[in-house]
Design a protein around this ligand. Structure first.
Ligand SMILES: *Cc1c(COP(=O)(O)O)cnc(C)c1O
Length: 344
């Protein structure tokens, strides 16, 4: 039977070229700074994003946590979206491990927080209040339709941050998807932020790893934070080698995933039983809302799975599909047929 796995782009497996690079990787002790492959990945990533330095970490969650713990102290406050991955899916790590206070602001369907809402959330100097320290953005925005934040919005947030002397962190797990969708270099999307994390292990197909980028001073401190969290890895070059192939070979093809997501969304929008916010499908994430009440997302996902198509139930009336390297255009047609049968 055909298998089409649309649950997430985290399911992507390393390419044959990655496996060869992993087997051949030159390695050393990265805690001593002696792994040449990790060092190469870090300098490539820094250059690609136009930052002074970079740090290889085990996951996006660790990258965000390392960044926030490095930028903020106990009792400091972070302004972030109420739908953000950091707030929703990271166990409240900033509070649990760092004593950092999250201040949520409503995310709009396009992943932005309204500038006036951000401004309203900034604390004044008052003995009752925590100190506002940082604004956290997410690009593309996972729970907000995978929507990309564009340079003009980012400049607006930067102006606010400058006015109120706040730092900005960007959770750029899918920053290269944003760059592809907006047709701007990724470095333009991170020029206004103090720190940024991106994932090698999602659409870019590496088996493990994320990278944090920022100034040399920030990365020096972040390296200490990574160590205290137990994230100092030794011969990590075997992992970084796949990351290098990810940066060299996999960024250029992300637009194919976006086209497939678009085709899937347009094909599904034809079904009366489904509703899709087509305007908002810009990258590789499609949210599918079920208009019917006699079938739950879990039941629909089960029916589709019997035909080899896997999606993720993400809400009481919602499923999510994420296109990725292993999903070809023919798989989109197959998925649309499978929906037809499952809804019949
Ligand atoms: C996946 C994801 C993360 C976390 O990455 P992990 O490697 O799964 O820890 C962080 N932010 C966003 C927006 C993500 O989609």
């Amino acid at each position: 039977m055909k298998m089409v796995d649309l649950r997430s782009d985290t399911i992507t497996r390393p390419t044959p070229e990655m496996r060869r690079a992993m087997a051949d990787a030159e390695v050393g002790d990265d805690v001593f700074g002696e792994d040449p492959t990790v060092n190469r990945l870090e300098s490539m990533a820094a250059q690609l994003l136009g930052k002074e330095a970079a740090l290889f970490v085990s996951s996006g969650t660790m990258g965000n946590l390392v960044s926030l713990l490095t930028q903020c102290g106990r009792g400091d406050e972070v302004i972030l979206g109420d739908q953000s991955h950091i707030f929703f899916y990271e166990q409240g790590g900033m509070a649990a491990l760092g004593g950092i206070h999250p201040r949520t602001v409503a995310n709009q369907p396009d992943g932005t927080m309204l500038p006036e809402d951000i401004e309203y959330a900034v604390r004044s100097d008052n003995i009752h209040f925590p100190r506002s320290r940082l604004i956290a953005l997410e690009n593309t925005h996972n729970r907000c339709n995978g929507y990309p934040l564009d340079p003009s919005y980012l400049r607006t947030v930067k102006a606010l941050a400058t006015q109120y002397r706040l730092k900005i962190h960007m959770d750029g797990a899918r920053i290269f998807h944003a760059a592809a969708a907006l047709d701007v270099p990724a470095r333009e999307l991170v020029a206004m932020v103090d720190s940024v994390t991106f994932c090698l292990s999602k659409g870019l197909c590496a088996p493990v790893g994320s990278v944090v980028c920022g100034s040399a001073d920030f990365i020096g401190e972040a390296r200490r934070t990574r160590k205290v969290l137990g994230g100092g890895m030794r011969q990590a070059g075997v992992l970084a080698a796949a990351g290098i192939v990810a940066l060299e070979r996999m960024i250029g093809r992300l637009a194919d995933d976006h086209q497939n997501a678009r085709k899937l969304a347009e094909g599904l929008a034809v079904f009366d039983d489904l509703s899709i916010d087509l305007e908002r499908v810009r990258t590789n994430i499609v949210f599918i809302n079920i208009a019917r009440t006699d079938v739950t997302p879990v039941e629909l996902a089960q029916k589709l799975k019997l035909q080899g198509v896997q999606l993720l139930p993400t809400g009481p009336r919602q499923l999510r599909a994420v296109t990725n390297y292993h999903v070809a255009e023919a798989d989109i047609h197959y998925t649309l047929e499978a929906f037809g049968k499952a809804l019949r």
